[in-house]
Design a protein around this ligand. Structure first.
Ligand code: CMP
Length: 136
């Protein structure tokens, strides 16, 4: 039975800076994702803090928000069967040094902060994150 879902993907500043967005979009399409919406934006530190609020208590929160607001990003609505889980598989482990061969973070990531892509971690968060970027 099909289980079509939508999830949020962000191409982070390190990847946009290296002009990798077309390559990464091709990777998504080659892996069965349809890009339903996309926009290139540069968010403020305050917006990054609202977006990453779930990480508020983590020691890396401040650097993380400073980083996501440090340059342009590309935000996308991705759609396919089991999109949330399939996107997480395609991205690989958070830390590029631990990510498996062929995953986006292995191919493009530089460090745990500059790991090139973000993806929603659950269907519930996908709805919240898509709403954050596309419904306001
Ligand atoms: P992302 O999927 O965007 O979600 C939160 C981000 O925090 C994560 O990717 C990493 O880039 C960043 N981060 C920095 N340090 C850590 C850490 N120790 N554990 C998890 N995420 C971290």
């Amino acid at each position: 039975m099909s289980n079509i879902q939508q999830t949020l993907s962000i191409i982070k500043p390190d990847a946009v800076e290296r002009n990798l967005q077309d390559q990464i979009k091709k990777d998504f399409k080659n892996n069965g994702f349809e890009i339903i919406k996309e926009k290139k934006i540069h968010i403020s530190k305050e917006e990054a803090e609202r977006f990453y609020k779930v990480h508020e208590t983590k020691p890396f929160y401040n650097d993380l928000c400073a980083y996501l607001s440090s340059g342009p990003i590309v935000v996308m609505t991705l759609e396919r069967d089991n999109a949330v889980m399939e996107n997480r598989k395609l991205m690989g482990a958070t830390n590029p040094t631990e990510a498996e061969d062929g995953t986006l973070r292995k191919k493009y990531g530089i460090s745990i902060d500059k790991n090139s892509v973000h993806g929603s971690d659950s269907l519930e968060n996908a709805k919240i994150e898509l709403d954050f970027f596309f419904n306001n």
